[in-house]
Ligand binder design. Structure first.
Ligand code: SF4
Length: 428
């Protein structure tokens, strides 16, 4: 199976007053086309930082320090990768929500309480589908057969101006982006300054025409935009309907506080799927939901994976959810990847002591003895343990574990592990 996203030896740090939090310690993961890939581990193990780095939304004081993030989004040539670490922020705005989307942990905090559902879902269409919407609006006014006079003519002329402004924007943005990519590695001050200046220049290009901007801010004239609003409204209602949301017209007009937790999560999923992304990242989408709603959301994501999205990257600390939704899974601990395998292999033949301990701590039906726990807590990543970061909690730790970080080795086909118990055996 071909890859759709890959991180290669990714290091992300957070610069706090207490010191540098080394949140990712060279994380390498691969998500393939057509699969549901899980990232699992205790809270604080770096799952969310990994996907935030993948989307390039690590907030200050965090920073991606080193490594590559490759996206394979070219339909014609699936081997062709874009290293998004080298791309500008404006380029990433075109990728997020369009090619790769994310559902965040808590639906209630992902939605803006003062904006209607229609506005929040419609924003994705306005950001990424505006060219098609403008064309449809012009055609609905009869603009393709010359310009009629009067109000309709005024509307068509303004919509066409906006269309032209967007085409101009695309050409200029592409030219600047090529220069940014051409700079390559940022290993000296001159290149860093040059890139910074180009990014600023790209941010300053206006997507919209000056006259159109003015008209949009004059309430009486803003009516010219109504065909666009009507099309966006129709797209929002169709999307909500397609996701099985009952009474989509009413829901579109409501505000987040009027909806239940489960319905809010469906709206967040609708926003993420509005532009048919190739990959969906779901960051613990079922935490804080009761079990019946959890099951419904998981069923919905599974159904969407079959019909609309190519790949899903699913983050959870719940191994039961992993067993239900994922094809392959990576276990993470303290910013390191411990083990990657197909779900059945991981559950039946776990290799890494941390994976084994995690599996032992899952409650079983008819279990009589007390639930096993992993002694100790996830380490403070300002001063992470030396060598294998799991060694202070590992029952099988050896001397070498305190000194040298274990390499990831392929134990069997598709089953990799980073532990000295296996690297030592491999060397024999
Ligand atoms: Fe335990 Fe050593 Fe393996 Fe780390 S490398 S999991 S400490 S045995």
């Amino acid at each position: 199976m071909e890859k759709i996203a890959q991180t290669d030896k990714l290091y992300t740090n957070f610069y706090t007053y207490e010191g540098v939090v080394k949140a990712l310690n060279g994380v390498s993961i691969e998500v393939k086309h057509g699969e549901t890939y899980g990232l699992v581990g205790e809270s604080g193990c770096g799952k969310s930082v990994t996907v935030r780095s993948l989307m390039r939304i690590v907030q200050s004081p965090g920073r991606i320090e080193d490594g590559r993030i490759l996206l394979f989004l070219n339909e014609e040539d699936r081997q062709k990768a874009v290293d998004i670490v080298k791309r500008s922020e404006s380029y990433m705005e075109g990728i997020r929500g369009n090619e790769v989307s994310m559902i965040f942990q808590e639906a209630s905090t992902s939605l803006n309480p003062v904006l209607s559902i229609e506005y929040q879902v419609g924003e994705s269409f306005r950001l990424h589908r505006m060219k098609e919407i403008l064309q449809e609006a012009i055609e609905s006014l009869g603009g393709q057969d010359g310009s009629p006079g009067g109000w309709k003519g005024f509307q068509i002329r303004l919509l066409k101006r906006e269309q032209k402004a967007r085409k101009r924007y695309d050409t200029r943005a592409e030219r600047i982006e090529a220069k940014i990519v051409g700079i390559g590695e940022l290993d000296n001050k001159v290149d860093i300054k040059k890139r910074h200046a180009l990014e600023k220049k790209r941010e300053k290009i206006r997507k919209s025409d000056g006259l159109v901007q003015f008209v949009k801010h004059v309430p009486v004239l803003r009516r010219y935009y109504r065909p666009v609003d009507r099309i966006v409204h129709r797209m929002v209602v169709e999307l909500l309907e397609a996701l099985g949301i009952p009474n989509p017209e009413n829901i579109a007009g409501s505000y987040p506080h009027e909806l239940s937790g489960g319905m809010q999560q469906r709206i967040v999923i609708a926003i993420a799927l509005a532009c048919h992304p190739k990959m969906l990242i779901a960051d613990e989408p079922t935490s804080n939901l009761d079990v019946t709603i959890q099951a419904q959301i998981i069923e919905l994501i599974n159904k969407l994976k079959e019909t609309q999205i190519s790949s899903v990257l699913f983050i959870t600390h719940d191994l039961g959810v992993v067993a239900e939704v994922c094809d392959r899974v990576t276990v993470m601990y303290a910013g390191d990847t411990c083990e990657t395998a197909k779900v059945a292999t991981l559950f039946n033949e776990p290799l890494h002591p941390y994976t084994k301990a995690l599996l032992k701590s899952v409650p079983k039906v008819q279990q009589e003895e007390a639930l096993a726990t992993i002694p100790g807590i996830v380490p403070n990543l300002v001063h992470p343990p030396s060598g294998c970061r799991f060694h202070p909690r590992c029952e099988q730790a050896m001397d070498i574990c305190k000194q040298i970080k274990p390499e990831v080795i392929e134990y069997s086909e598709g089953h990799t592990v980073a532990c000295h118990l296996y690297t030592a055996k491999e060397a024999e």
